[in-house]
Design a protein around this ligand. Structure first.
Ligand SMILES: O=P(O)(O)O[C@@H]1[C@@H](OP(=O)(O)O)[C@H](OP(=O)(O)O)[C@H](O)[C@H](OP(=O)(O)O)[C@H]1OP(=O)(O)O
Ligand SMILES: Nc1ncnc2c1ncn2[C@@H]1O[C@H](COP(=O)(O)OP(=O)(O)OP(=O)(O)O)[C@@H](O)[C@H]1O
Length: 453
């Protein structure tokens, strides 16, 4: 295998050629909207934001023999490590067909500074306090997963809009019961999923205004009705878990995703009107038809099971991992009555390292997003039977016959984004966060709340 990573030098043109596309907690993504350029059409750039915790990042000579470059900063080194992690570790586990690591490119610092100013007013206010990291000189040039540029579609699709649904599914499994789990909460922890419990903390901190009925256990369940229900609930209460792009533009998300705060009815009508305006859907059943469409695509693919399998590398739960973390760091472990750590004490040094690295890998997949873009050339109405449609993964079938009858065909592609590494040093925070979520949930959940099993 060729391990050399080439840092390509591109003239990215004027910062004004790039438009704000989206962002999460750590990265900003811009898409190319400048004059025709085969290097950039249908591509996005992903840049890191300034990391508050970073103390100092002087330029240093590259010590990494895998890298072909003249000079890299500490901040750049992190990006290079991230790239290698996605390509060498994550991609083989979740399937290279779903991973678009893109190309690592060298970027002029003044470009980043100017781009930062250019996009500032388009960014959600609650995110915009963290500016782009001016010390970086590396960016990622990635295929725009909201579009279909690199795939040749039949000419009858040339006037159809591209619909892209992005889902941040979160944790799709329940932990096993372990003898070292905090007894006060262990019954809750094994019956209610992390997402559903976390809703109560988010509500108490005014991050959300209503508890969502979306449950990741439904989405990952493989039960078609539970899956469809989960997508409907995501659409009705989007928070930061669902986004809708039409022709590459972000048109709908929740307030936590950078959108407007809406109630259930308003979300339903906004989505229905939006998809009707793009002539993608018509009638009264837009939400149900859309959720069936997404469910059908996900069920044809292995993306959910692959994500869940990696998430389940969290075998010991954060309560076990934090115990091992403290042991590694020589911290005193207070013995708690009735709590049995013997299972953990049996692990040797290598086994502890393996459990912790698998836990961090799992944490990456607990926070990733799935982008599903689709294109179809007939408006879907209430009478459209989606079972009559042929759902075609366009990346697996790139050679489309233009003479085919394309009336009942829907082409889609899927990419998983945000596969960033999670930090070892975050383990104490993860433990504290976990216990706070459990505490808040225990004091506020109603007696008759249905479990996530
Ligand atoms: O811990 P969680 O489940 O709240 O996840 C965090 C996300 O919150 P969410 O619950 O999805 O709203 C959080 O998302 P938001 O900033 O809330 O949109 C980040 O993705 C965060 O990642 P990082 O630590 O900044 O790399 C996520 O932190 P990690 O736990 O993945 O490190
Ligand atoms: N390849 C891509 N094509 C199109 N849009 C993308 C692509 N990658 C990311 N995006 C958009 O940009 C947004 C932010 O990207 P990303 O999730 O990587 O940021 P992040 O800061 O790492 O997120 P998080 O808060 O989850 O850590 C995504 O939610 C998605 O809408």
């Amino acid at each position: 295998m060729n391990n050399k990573i080439v840092l390509s030098n591109f003239d990215l043109g004027a910062p004004e050629y790039w438009s704000y596309k989206g962002e999460g907690a750590c990265n900003v993504v811009v898409s190319y909207t400048g004059p025709h350029n085969p290097n950039f059409n249908g591509k996005v750039l992903r840049f890191k934001k300034y990391d508050k915790k970073k103390i100092f990042s002087p330029p240093i000579a590259s010590s990494n023999s895998d890298i072909i470059s003249e000079e890299t900063t500490v901040s750049d080194q992190k990006e290079i490590e991230l790239y290698k992690y996605v390509v060498d570790v994550v991609s083989p586990l979740i399937g290279s067909e779903y991973v678009y690591p893109g190309e690592m490119i060298r970027v002029d610092k003044s470009f980043i500074q100017k781009l930062d100013q250019h996009i500032f007013n388009d960014r959600p206010v609650f995110r915009s306090t963290l500016r782009l990291d001016y010390s970086q000189s590396i960016g990622f040039l990635i295929s725009d997963l909201t579009m279909f540029n690199e795939i040749s579609l039949p000419s009858s699709f040339s006037h159809s809009s591209v619909l892209c649904i992005e889902i941040k599914p979160k944790w799709g499994f329940l932990p096993k019961s372990h003898p070292y789990l905090n007894k006060e909460y262990s019954c809750l922890k094994t019956c209610y999923c992390r997402y559903c419990m976390h809703q109560y903390t988010k509500l108490s901190q005014n991050q959300i205004s209503t508890i969502s009925n979306y449950c990741p256990i439904d989405l990952f369940s493989n039960d078609v009705n539970r899956q469809m229900y989960s997508i409907v609930e995501l659409l009705c209460n989007p928070q930061n878990n669902i986004k809708i792009y039409c022709d590459g533009e972000l048109e709908f998300t929740g307030s936590q995703g950078g959108g407007v705060e809406r109630d259930r009815e308003s979300s339903i009508s906004t989505i229905s009107n939006l998809l009707k305006s793009f002539k993608l859907f018509k009638g009264d059943q837009v939400i149900n038809q859309l959720s069936q469409m997404i469910t059908t695509i996900l069920r044809k693919e292995t993306v959910l099971s692959k994500i869940k399998n990696v998430q389940m590398l969290d075998r010991l739960d954060i309560e076990g991992i934090y115990y091992l973390y403290k042991k590694q760091n020589g911290e005193n472990q207070a013995s708690i009555d009735g709590v049995d750590y013997s299972e953990l004490d049996k692990l040797d040094k290598q086994e502890i390292e393996k459990e912790i690295s698998d836990f961090l890998l799992s944490s990456t997949l607990k926070d990733c997003s799935i982008m599903i873009s689709m294109i179809f050339n007939h408006t879907i109405d209430d009478n459209t039977n989606l079972d009559d449609y042929q759902f075609i993964n366009s990346t697996k079938n790139p050679h489309v016959q233009s003479t085919d009858n394309n009336n009942n065909k829907l082409y889609y592609k899927i990419g998983i984004v945000d596969l960033d590494t999670k930090k070892y040093s975050s383990i104490p925070h993860y433990f504290e966060h976990d216990q706070n979520i459990l505490k808040e949930f225990k004091s506020n959940k109603s007696q008759d709340l249905k479990t996530c099993l």
